[in-house]
Each structure stands twice: as structure tokens, then as C-alpha cells.
Design a protein around this ligand. Sequence first.
Ligand code: AMP
Ligand code: GLY
Length: 421
Amino acid sequence: MRILVIGSGGREHAIIRKLKESPKVDKIYAAPGNGGIAKDATCVDIGVMDKEKIVAFSKENAIDLVFVAPDDPLAAGMVDTLIANGIRAFGPRANAAIIESSKVFSKNLMKKYHIPTADYEVFDDPAKAIAYIEERNKYPVVIKADGLALGKGVIIAQTQKEARDAVKEIMEDKKFGDSGNNVVVEEFLTGPEVSVLAFTDGMVLEPMVSSKDHKRADDNDEGLNTGGMGTISPNPYYTPEIAEICRKTIFEPTVAAMNSENRTFKGCLYFGLMITPDGPKVIEYNARFGDPEAQVVLPRLKTDLVDILEAVIDERLSQLTIEWKEEATACVVMASGGYPLAYEKGKEITGLDEDGQLPSVEIFHAGTKLESGRFFTNGGRVLGVTAEAKTLDEALDKAYAAVKKISFEGAHYRTDIGRTK
Ligand code: AMP
Ligand code: GLY
């Protein structure tokens, strides 16, 4: 098979590495890919939103399957366009990807189908949002832009002033553009967070092994929200009892709810959960693999990923048994100094696989460039250094030992991945 993966981050690198293990795969392309991906696939210079070029490339190169990994092209209907052109594609159609691209949609879906989530109200008028927040007078309060905002559209306001500023930034200053035309104001929940990704063909849902992201930039969960600074799998808080509650009250009802709305979801459905004192609740849905969740979940997959992708597309997931390794995994993200705010690019990276890394370590490239055989930083999140071991502690020790061998000017990483709630 000839496969095209759309995207350019660490998640896409992890997907490509797993696809490479499949005996069914002859050739992998990435659009646009990155420096590290270039070692595992052929990178083609096509943007993730460029439907026309992706269709043309797929036809010209006899692509058998396109894996659409990022949120933006899914929300924009990339999968619909590919299918309309007779090209097989993995990922939800736009009418199902809305479960991620509109928080108003997903909150209303959960309310209608009694899926546990934080209490909320929706506003299209900033004055009304502020009046509600002031009357409610309970802090912290959570304010979310309706649409996609690079993982930055959620503000946890500790005071009335912070809440007012958040509403103003999102709805009046339009910090996230049209994503802020509507806001969700919701109850602040507490408890450990768990990410559960699941394959679904619209009938059957197969949860993958659990994971835990660390979204804040600095140790002790301080600093700004990022796309994710590190992950572990499994998530120690996700016990078999919690998993069973999630299956019954969240996972299966979500698949059924999407079907009832004529928005059948096929692809990877991501449940961002919080284990609150009242039980597990949904914080958010994503319509795709998480980044850097994919970097710890996919290395644990034993079953051929191509078989799973085809079973999802052909709606025969029920016929497949998906197997996972017992080993634990940990991923530490190395970022450019300054990320998630402004940062410099173009710093040379040393200590990568090519320079002799540790065994059972995989380095997924997120933002790198390959020039004359040397790697340079080219993004905020640069690398996801991932290790596999018998226990989580060992995996973490190994990932950090690998991180210590790598250097580039200004490199920043958290030292407490897997050690915080
Ligand atoms: P999201 O972009 O929706 O994943 O939200 C980013 C982060 O904000 C989540 O991972 C949580 O840590 C936090 N968060 C979102 N909603 C809530 C909530 N209702 N209560 C507490 N924390 C929240
Ligand atoms: N790591 C969180 C996300 O991919 O949305």
C-alpha cells in the first residue's frame, strides 16, 4: 500500500513510525512532514489545508489511503473531499469533526444525551456572558472560545476581573478570530485528567490504552497552557473500574449520540476526561489523535495499524481484536526557549538517534528541519523523546536519560512529567 499522512508534528511522526512496521506498507508520504519525518517517509511540500493539491497528489501517486491527522483539515472537510474523489481516507467527515471544532456543539450534545460534563451556559453577547459570570459569582470559572484555537482557547479565570478580561479578549478583541463569536462559560471541575483515544467505525468503539498529558509549560503545572509538554501511558488514575464507568456513561453514549444526530463518527475519537469526586466527566472531545498522546499510545500497539485503519473505514471493527503491549511509555517534549510565546528557530540539535541514542528510546520530531544531514529547530515543540520499559518509573528514567544526551540552544523541557496529578 501507498499511504499519505497529512500533518507535520510529533503525532504524525509517531503515526508514520507505526505504519512503517506494517508488512502491508510499501511507501509512505507526508504532507508536509518535517525534518525527522523525512528519514521515515517522503515529504511533499503541500499544506495540510490544500484540498486540491492533496487530491491531485493522491491521484497522481496512486495513494491507497490518506490519514488525516490534524484538527483543522478534518474540520474543513478534507475527508469529505477525498471520499468524494474516490480516495480512501481515515478520519471523520466535517459533520462529525464538529465534536471538536465547536465546543457549543459538543456541550449541547452532552446535555441532550446526558453524558456527564461540567455545567455550562453559552453566550453570543459579551455583556450577557459577563452579567452571568458576575451573578454566578463563583471562582475559578472556565471560559472557552467555541471554535478551534490551537489549544489556547480555554481560560481558567480566578477572579471577576480575569473573567471579564477573558470574555473581552475572546469575544471583542477576537484573539482567536471567529472561534470567539460564541463562548462557553462553565463550572470549574477538579480531579486527575485522563486522555482516552478510541478507534470507532461508527458502530463499535475500541478504546486504546489510556494516557496522561501535561499541558502547562513549566514544572508543578505552572506557566502557560501549551499543546502538551509530555505524556505517559498508562494513566495510573484510569483504573479498570473507572474505565468501565467511562465505557457505559461516556464512550458508547457518545457514539450513539453522534449517530442519532446523523453525524456518524469514524476515525479516532479522543476523550479528554476528568475523574471528579462525582465520577468521570468529559472536559473536551477531539476528533483525532492527541499530540503528544499518540507518541506514547501508538508505540504500545501490537496489532497492525493498517488493519485497524481499514477496519474503521470499512465498518468492520467488530471483527478485529486489537492488542497492546504491557510495557509503559513516557514522552518528554523538548521545546524551544520561550514556547508557547515567541521563540527562535534554526538552532542545531545534537544527540539524536543518528548520534547514538539509548535502546528502547524513540525520538519523534515535532518541529525540526533537516539540512545537509544536520537537524535544526523549526517550531515551538521540537522533539518528543519517548521511552518504553516494564514500569512507568523506568520508562520515565530512560526518557530523561535520553533527553540529557540531546542539546540545542535554549532547549526547555519539564522535569516532572509523570510525577504530577
Ligand atoms: P481543553 O483545551 O478543553 O483541553 O482545556 C485545556 C485544559 O483546561 C484542560 O486540559 C483542563 O486542564 C482545563 N480545563 C478545561 N475545562 C475545565 C473545567 N471545566 N474545569 C477545570 N479545568 C478545566
Ligand atoms: N494533547 C492534547 C491535544 O492533542 O489536544
